[in-house]
Each structure stands twice: as structure tokens, then as C-alpha cells.
Design a protein around this ligand. Structure first.
Ligand code: NDP
Length: 401
């Protein structure tokens, strides 16, 4: 039976532990380790009370420290390490997995702390080392990337001979009642959405000014929302793995109030990631800002509304043009009632658990470094319906894009 080590006790870590505890026939032994052990203990206690079963073990770990990780992994002896700490820790945890002969997975690709740039090159460079060690590293198994990658693979497998146009649409129509808050780690989130927009067209990557392309799009059960073109990491791997794509874009909804706050944060220098000297101490403004913004994990209780994330795809089947839209809507309140976390943590944590389950029960196998869309989408799509993220599909509809 399997042992799983989860690293990172934030909003996503909370959901992963809850959902693993609800799938104990696969996850026999579970350990949650993170920088602050008290957060692991709190989650373990909540799971015991709400879900029951064998207690979750906990440990303190600094995941930037490879020898400490190696020690913990050798002590606990998991078959898989599920990394839901921050993207900065991806490479150290991959190194520790290689040193101990354990499979690896995560939900966000590596980015260096001193440069707001995320891309797969650093992790893809581990391909030969994981292959030679007979191990699997599964990258980006949250919702986006993750479910959006599986949706694309599912569409390509079942409904199209060639997919040509892909638009990933991510709407959060929730209201947490705060003037400004981010839905996951503020530092990572602000770094992501203040970058230039980028999309793929006819073999080239085209860069645009941040939030300079906007379209009102209609989301199921929600209605029209202003959606902005941004760069998102799964575009890089999807374009590589589906070479028939002529264009691939990513759209995310932002309210006017949110964008105004973001502009002010940037204009006053609070999104800077270089150190400034304050009273003799080096402070990174964005890291400091994280400490004064609401903790994303605290937003759940009064969060109303829902998310709607999906893929809008145009391509060819039997010589004819065809359109396809596949999506999930997730209510923040339902997520909170089940796990004590809001919808964005929930929609990330559930797919992460599913990926871990498919690796540990032997359904997803392979050696080397994989993006989610390279594996069979069918068992994952089945699990989504059973584990709280049911999907819907529509054919030959107006994609608006
Ligand atoms: P949080 O900030 O809520 O949680 C991160 C956790 O990691 C915290 O418990 C933190 O510890 C811990 N941590 C940070 N640094 C270290 C370290 N050096 N060693 C050990 N533990 C550490 O983030 P979220 O839960 O919201 O997000 C988790 C991950 O999920 C992120 O990588 C994020 O990018 C990704 N994500 C992916 C999405 C997807 O759809 N694919 C969507 C949303 C998020 P401490 O409590 O001490 O600070």
C-alpha cells in the first residue's frame, strides 16, 4: 500500500490532505510537512475531526534545503512526494526525489525568486535524470495547469483529428468581501499577473502589454465578464505537445476594482522583487506586501459565488470544422463546507490528489518528466466527476473567440 509525502501546508495543501484522507484505499499513509509545523498540525486535526480515519503525520521541513529533504524522505519512505509549497521549491524537491528514488509531482512550474519568469526549461532539463533513475516527475497537476491540460488532451483524443485554436478561459466570479485579496499566495499571484501578456500564433510567441487585450466573455451560470489575455504556463507545454495548434491563448477575468489596486501596487513600487534597505534591513517590497494582505486561506468562510474554468477549442473532424467547450463550475461555499478552503484552493487541490492517486495506483506510469496532457486523460476525467469537480461539455457552440 502507498505512502504519500505532501509538502506545503497552505490553502492547496489543506485541500490535498482532505481529499487524500477521503481516498484512503489508495493513500494508506499520509504525511504533511511544511515550513511551519503548527499549520500542518491544524490541518491534520481538522481532517481527523471532519473526515476521520488514521491520523495524518506531520513534520517541519525547509524545502529549500536538499539534505533536510533527503533526510525526511529517507525517514518516512514515501513512494511519491507531492509538492504544493511554492514554485521556488520545485528544483530542490526534485533533487531530493532523485537522491532518494521517489516519484515527484507539483502544481506550478519553477520560477527563480529573483526573477519573475516562469517557464518549463528548468524542470524539463531533469528529463534524462528521472528517466535514468526509473522515476516519474509529473508537472503542473492543479486546475490550470492540470485540468485544462487534461481537457485539451481529452478533446484531441475523442473529438478532433486536429485541434487548431485553443482558448483557456478562467473566471472567478466570487466575492470574498475584501477590498483587495489574492486567491492564492499573493507573492506568486502578483508576479504572475503583472507580467506581459503572451500568446502563441502561427509558430510565434507574441508579447503584449499587461492587460492590454480584453474581451467580455460569457461564462455558464455566471454571464458576461471582462476577460484579459495573460500568459499562463500550460500554453508552453500544450503548444509543444499539440503541434497542430495554430493559436493558443489564456484569458482570466479581473474586476475593475482589482485592476485599480494592482495598478496602484505597481505604481508605488510595492510589486518590486529587488531588495530595498529599510532602517538597515533589506526588505523585498512584494514579500512584505504578502504579510499585510489577507491570507488567501482565510477568505473561505464568507466567500460567495463560483469559479468557471474551461477550454474553448476549434479544430477539424472528418474534414469539417468543429467547436467544443468543456468546463467546470465550482462554488466557493461548497468547497469551504467540504474542506475549509475556498474554491481556488479546492480546484487546485482536488486535481493534485487525483494525479497522485493515478500514479500510486499504477494507472499513470512512465519514466522521465511529464506534463499532464502527455498521459491518458480518460481515467482523470472519470475521477474529476467522482471527486467534486464535475465537468460539462458543449459541441458546435459559438466560442466567442
Ligand atoms: P500558500 O502560500 O497558501 O501555501 C504555501 C505553503 O508552502 C505554506 O504553508 C508555506 O509555509 C509553505 N512553504 C513555503 N516555502 C516553504 C519552504 N521553503 N519549505 C517548506 N514549506 C514552504 O500557497 P497555496 O496553497 O495557495 O499554493 C500552493 C501552490 O499551488 C503554489 O505553488 C501555487 O503556485 C500553486 N497553485 C497552482 C494552481 C493551479 O491551478 N495549477 C492554482 C493555485 C495555486 P508557511 O506557512 O510557513 O509560509
Amino acid at each position: 500500500m502507498s505512502r504519500l509525502l505532501i509538502i506545503g501546508a497552505g490553502g492547496v495543501g489543506r485541500v490535498v490532505v482532505y481529499k487524500c484522507a477521503m481516498n484512503r484505499h489508495v493513500f494508506k499513509d499520509i504525511m504533511l510537512a511544511s515550513r511551519t509545523k503548527s499549520k500542518c498540525d491544524q490541518i491534520a486535526a481538522d481532517v481527523l475531526k471532519q473526515v476521520g480515519g488514521e491520523p495524518i503525520e506531520t513534520a517541519a521541513i525547509d524545502a529549500d534545503d536538499v539534505p533536510a529533504l533527503v533526510y525526511l524522505i529517507k525517514e518516512y519512505k514515501p513512494q511519491l512526494v507531492l509538492n504544493v509549497a511554492l514554485p521556488y521549491q520545485d528544483l530542490t524537491i526534485m533533487d531530493a526525489c532523485l537522491a532518494t528514488g521517489v516519484h515527484y509531482m507539483d502544481t506550478a512550474n519553477y520560477e527563480p525568486k529573483d526573477e519573475a519568469k516562469f517557464e518549463y526549461s528548468w524542470q524539463w532539463a531533469y528529463q534524462d535524470r528521472f528517466k535514468d533513475a526509473g522515476l516519474m516527475a509529473l508537472l503542473g497537476c492543479g486546475f490550470d495547469p492540470g485540468v485544462t491540460s487534461v481537457y485539451t488532451a481529452y478533446a484531441a483524443k475523442h473529438y478532433f483529428d486536429e485541434i487548431h485554436y485553443l482558448d483557456i478561459v478562467d473566471c472567478n466570479a466570487g466575492d470574498h468581501g475584501k477590498a483587495f485579496a489574492t486567491n492564492f499566495n499573493p507573492e506568486i499571484n502578483i508576479r504572475e499577473i503583472t507580467q506581459k501578456g503572451k500568446y502563441y500564433e502561427n509558430g510565434e510567441w507574441i508579447e503584449v502589454e499587461p492587460h492590454s487585450i480584453m474581451k467580455p466573455l460569457n461564462y455558464p451560470d455566471i454571464g458576461p465578464k471582462n476577460s484579459y489575455l495573460i500568459f499562463h504556463e500550460e500554453l508552453e507545454s500544450l503548444v509543444k505537445n499539440f503541434p497542430s495548434l495554430k493559436r493558443a491563448r489564456f484569458w482570466m477575468t479581473f474586476g475593475d476594482e482589482y485592476l485599480t489596486h494592482l495598478r496602484v501596487i505597481q505604481n508605488i513600487g510595492m510589486s518590486r522583487i529587488d531588495p530595498v534597505l529599510y532602517k538597515g534591513v533589506e526588505v523585498i517590497p512584494l514579500e512584505f506586501l504578502k504579510y499585510v494582505l489577507p491570507d488567501p486561506g482565510s477568505l473561505g468562510e464568507n466567500y460567495t459565488g463560483q469559479t468557471s474554468i474551461g477550454c474553448r477549442i476549434r479544430g477539424i473532424k472528418d474534414g469539417k470544422e468543429k467547436t467544443y467547450y468543456v468546463w467546470n463550475n465550482c462554488k466557493h461555499q461548497d468547497a469551504y463546507d467540504e474542506t475549509g478552503a475556498q474554491g481556488v484552493s479546492y480546484t487546485t487541490g482536488v486535481p493534485a490528489m487525483i494525479g497522485a492517486k493515478l500514479i500510486l495506483n499504477g494507472t499513470w506510469k512512465g519514466t522521465g518528466v511529464f506534463n499532464v496532457e502527455q498521459l491518458d486523460p480518460d481515467p482523470f476525467m472519470k475521477e474529476l466527476n467522482e471527486q467534486g469537480l464535475p465537468w460539462h461539455e458543449a459541441f458546435d457552440v459559438d466560442l466567442e473567440l
